[in-house]
Structures are given as C-alpha cells and as structure tokens.
Design a protein around this ligand. Structure first.
Ligand code: G4P
Length: 289
C-alpha cells in the first residue's frame, strides 16, 4: 500500500516555516515515540543545520520504553539533545527546561563572543499532524500563558508564546513532506493517526499491523483478545478470529472487516494493545512488510 499525503496547505506552511526559521535560535522537533524515524521530516537536517536542536519523543507512554531509550541514545550520539515525553503530563517539563538551557548554551556563547546579549531564546516547535504539538505547548506554558500573536516578520497565523522570561516558542502547523521515500513510512504515519483516515484502506493497514505484532509483540493479541488468539502464525486467520470474538459480523455471519479493522486500529492507537513501537533503531532495523 503506497500512502502519500501532502495537501496544498502543507506546502504553503512549509514555505512559511522556512521563512520564519531565520527568526529562531533553536528548533524543537516533536516526534512520535512509536515511530521516531517515520515521523521525522527528512528535510529537517538541512532546514535547521545551524540551529540548536532538541528532539522530543512524544507519546512515550504508548511506545516500547526500550526502543525509546535506544532512539534517544541514537539522537544524542549525533549531538542532538533528546528526551522521551508524555506531553499530557507536566512531569517531564522540568527536565526539558534544563535541556533547553543546555542546547541554547552554544548560541548564547557565540553571540557573547560577538558582543551580543541573548536575553531570550527563540525556539520553533515542529512536528507532523497529531504528534501532540498543541498538547505540548498547552501543558508546557500552563495557564495564563502569553500568546503574543503576530509580530513583524513572523508569518501570519504563527504565534510566539512566552514560556518564561527566557524562552519564547514559535508554534507552527503540523506538516508532512512531499514524498514518503519508503512505503513503511506512510504505513506507520497512518497507523499512529497522522494521516487523514479518509484516504486509507484501514483493512490493509490493520493486516500489516497484525503481521507486525505477531512478529515483534506476539503476546499482545492474546492479552487483549483472549486465549484463543494463541498459536496463530498467519495474520488473516488472526484477523478473522478477532472479528468473531468481537462480534464484527455482517448479517448472515460474514466477517465485517471494516468494523474489525477500525476496532483493532482504535485499540492500537489508544494503547489498549500495550506499549508498541513500530520500528527499531537503525542498528537493528527490520520490518514485517
Ligand atoms: P497536534 O497539535 O500535534 O495535532 O496534536 P494534539 O496536541 O492535538 O494531540 C493529538 C492527540 O494526541 C490528542 O488526543 C492528545 O491528547 C494526544 N496526546 C498528545 N500528547 C500525548 C502523549 O504524550 N501521550 C498520549 N498518550 N497522548 C498524547 P485526542 O484523543 O485526539 O484528543 P483528546 O481527546 O485527548 O483531546
């Protein structure tokens, strides 16, 4: 299944982001911890090459913690500050505060060497749709946050948000990119809900998910749907069994794959299937496809 999704408004948003980049010292990239590679805009390294960088693995509460740690480690080994996060909880924000100060230090020092003070660090927040950007910004700034609205030089619609008297965030719209080079990227983004569901073939997507789960998280299906899920080696009979167990049947007893697929996808996205990561860090990368 070759999924591509880059509607016109995103191309425009991308141009605005490139334009606004010259106003910031730092780029904070939100990735989905369930597929950090797939949810990472491939243009980002060239976009942001001279900026301080932080990568946040959001929705870490839904991902396999071992994989998240490995991905975080991989970013750090490339000189990019990184941490796992649940944007809905304030627990990680203290750590993030110190990460921002650390990542900003070279910028502050570079400016100081030129005799320039850096009273405020300006950071652009980037991420694909549904990665949790609004949740992140709302939790981080808390109540009474100052959304300062448009300023000269900033693209209309993008907003500066004062985090405290030292950091300002520039929110941006969630975007994907013109072409997903690997088929798996589109599949993963579809599974995590970052692609408009209306353009997807949910049954095919869930068939892929089942294959992946049976290979990498074999205990998951049994835990969620019951003992009769034990011992399946092929995805299709497992799909049928879940549909039967959850009464996803049409009149006459025929399996309703559309309904069953929806149910399994909802279970995955909400974390009811457990903590699952859809891809592995580079050194151990494989897929079910
Ligand atoms: P966006 O601005 O990047 O598009 O994403 P947004 O913040 O709207 O978040 C998308 C969905 O992801 C929301 O759920 C939000 O609650 C959830 N979310 C954000 N961060 C995390 C996280 O770290 N962990 C988990 N488990 N969920 C997270 P929703 O169901 O669409 O909306 P709601 O009913 O929660 O409001």
């Amino acid at each position: 299944m070759n999924i591509q999704w880059y509607p016109g408004h995103m191309a425009k948003a991308k141009r605005n982001i490139r334009n606004d980049l010259k106003l910031v010292d730092m780029v904070i990239e939100l990735l989905d911890a369930r597929c950090p590679d797939s949810s990472r805009n491939p243009d980002i390294d060239s976009f942001a090459k001279d900026k301080a960088r932080i990568v946040l693995l959001n929705k870490a509460d839904l991902a396999d913690s071992r994989s998240s740690r490995a991905f975080s480690e991989e970013f750090r080994s490339k000189g990019i500050y990184s941490m796992e996060m649940d944007a809905r909880s304030k627990a990680s924000f203290k750590k993030l505060d110190s990460l921002i100060s650390l990542a900003a230090r070279p910028v502050v020092e570079r400016n100081a060497a030129k005799g320039i003070r850096t009273p405020v660090i300006r950071a652009m927040v980037l991420g694909i749709p549904n990665v949790g950007k609004s949740t992140f910004i709302n939790s981080f700034i808390g109540k009474g946050a100052a959304r300062t609205g448009n300023k000269p030089g900033v693209t209309r619609g993008n907003q500066w948000i004062s985090l405290n008297d030292k950091v300002q965030l520039l929110d941006t719209p969630g975007i994907t990119w013109p072409k997903f080079e690997r088929e798996i990227v589109g599949m993963n983004l579809a599974l995590i809900g970052s692609i408009n569901d209306d353009i997807l073939n949910t049954e095919e997507l869930v068939f892929y998910l089942l294959k992946y789960l049976m290979r990498y998280y074999p205990e998951t299906l049994e835990k969620r749907y019951g003992q009769s899920m034990q011992g399946f080696e092929e995805a299709l009979p497992a799909f049928d069994e879940i549909a039967r167990l959850r009464a996803c049947l049409k009149k006459g007893g025929e399996i309703d794959y559309v309904r069953a697929a929806r149910l399994i996808l909802d279970d995955f996205r909400s974390g009811r299937l457990g903590r699952i990561t859809l891809e592995h860090p580079r050194n151990e990368k494989e897929s079910a496809g």
